[in-house]
Design a protein around this ligand. Sequence first.
Ligand code: ZN
Length: 266
Amino acid sequence: MSYKQLQHAVWITLLIFSLQSCALLEKDTVDARHKIVVSYETAQTTTGDAIFQIVKEGKDLEVLSDALSSRIRMPQDLPVVFKDLKVYNAYYNPQEKNITMDYWVIAYFANALYNMTPLSDEDLIEAVENISTFIALHETGHAFIDLLSLPALGNEEQAADEFATLQLLQTGQGDKALIAAITFFSMYYQNQNQQPGTNVIQYSDEHPLDIQRYYNIVSLIYGSNPAKYEFLVTQGLLPEARAKRSEYDYQEKTQRWNEALADYIR
Ligand SMILES: [Zn+2]
């Protein structure tokens, strides 16, 4: 082998080696990139199955979860598991570090919606997906507060709502889903008020989504873009007195979440 050939061989070897280490490096980085992993257990009941068929087809939650996973460094994977439990609940388990979504809590809201207003199958399916996505993101808010040991963000239920709302507002598809979910919750409370004594479903860590939390969410949406969401005030979904503070509230809450997550942004 001539010197030139030898030099060439060494160069090729070095090149191959560096490509391999690049590949290794890339593989390590990919492996270290923990994700929100959404999965759906097969349902054993008719009700559970009806919801299972809808939510496993919906892609909003997967898209939002992937976007979050690629933006925020997580210390481990966060499983979000849909199950047929009939406990009417959705919760984050801080010991197991996972989220459980019972098909029945979604069925409960879907049923309430169906009883309130005539909807086409298509609209009902979309509402189920939107409600499911909002609840799952709320629980993801709880999970991030725990997994990332985020500093105090005030009342944790409110903080989790803020997290879900801000995430949804940041995507074009999400804001539509958010409005749909919020419109539904509004109708739900109006209906509850007309039927005193009706059991209020408790979802998310034993705290019902009360009317106060509803107004906080609507205020955030409006505050993110008062011109775009003017209808929230004109249609009476948000009182004008509250709307005056909304823009400031939105900026303050966005900043608070950005600061809390700053160390974990890729
Ligand atoms: Zn909660």
